[in-house]
Write a protein that binds this ligand. Sequence first.
Ligand code: GTR
Length: 334
Amino acid sequence: MTRLATCRISRRGMLGFAAGVLAMLAGPLQAADTAFRSADTHGGDYPTVAAVEYMGDLLVERSGGRLDVKVFHSRALGEEKDTIAMVEAGALDIVRTSLAPLNDVVPETRVLSMPFLFRDADHFHTVLSGPIGREILDAFSAHGFIGLAFYDSGARSFYTRETPVRSLADLKGLKIRIQDSDLVAATMRALGAEPVKMPFGQVLTGLLTGIIDGAENNWPSYESTGHFETAGHYTLSRHLMIPEVVVMSKKVWDGLSAEDQALVREAASESQTVMRNLWEARARQSEAAVRAAGVQVYDMEDRDAVRAAVAPVYDQFLTDPRLRSLADRIQAVK
Ligand code: GTR
C-alpha cells in the first residue's frame, strides 16, 4: 500500500458512523469545493472503502484541493440497491457496489455475473483491464451511470450453518441467501438450492434466526460480517466471480467540466491497483482468521456436475446475441 493510502485510511478510520452522518447533513467537506459522496455497504476497514478513499486522495492532490471523495461506509446511506437508486436519481454522487444488484439495470453486467465465466484471477484481471472491460464500463452511460472502475472481489463460495456442502446433492433444498439479482437466483435454482434475496445487512440475522440455511460470498465478506461464527462450514465452490464496480451518477457527471471528468476517471482507474493489492492481502488474512477460528473448509466433489448444472443459465440470461457474443469473447481471452 502506498503512503498516501496508509495516511488516508488512518485519518478516515477515525470517522465513526455518527460523524459520517453529521458530515453528510452538513454538506460537502470544508476542505474541497466538491466532496463527492460515495456509498459502500462494507465497514471502514474494508479494501473497497480504502480504495475509493485513495481515489479521493488523488483527486485532492491533482485538483489542488478542489475535489475530494467522502465515503459513507457501513451502509450509512442504505443497502446497495437503495444507494444504486440514489445514484441513478442524482441524489448521491458515487456508489461502490457488486455488479449483481445492477443486473436488471445495466444488461451488460449480467455477462460478468455469469457462473464460472472467469477461469481464475488472472483471466478476470486481463478481461477487466482490457478493451472488453472498457466497453462494459462505457455501456453504463445509457442507463444513468458512469462506469469508472472495476474492483476485485475474489470468488464466491457457499457457507452453511448445519449441513456441510460437498456435492450438488447437499445443496438440494437449502435456503441460500443471495444478492438482489434474478440471474443469481436462477443460478441457485439450477444448483438445486432455494434462493432467498436478502440485503447484505440482514444476512447475519437471517443466519442467527435460521430463516436461511446459508449464504455465499468471498473470504473477506464472510469474515468481516462475522457470518463465519454462525455458519461455520465453507465450501470452495467458487461458482461466481462477480466484479465490484465504482459508478458515478450521470446527472452529476454531466455537470462536471471535461477537465474534472478526466481527473475523476484517472483517479478511479489508478485506485484499481491499490484495490488489487489491498484485496490480495485481505483475502489471505480473512481466510487465515476464519480457519484459525475453527471454520471447516470443504471442496466441491462434483465440480464438473456443478458446471453442467448451471450451463442452461447462459441460454436463459444471454438471449440477446450481443450479450452472448460478449460472454464468448471473454471466454476466448487467453
Ligand atoms: C460482497 C460485495 C458487496 C455486497 C455483498 C453481498 O462480496 O463486496 O458489495 O454485494 O457481497 O453479498 O450483498
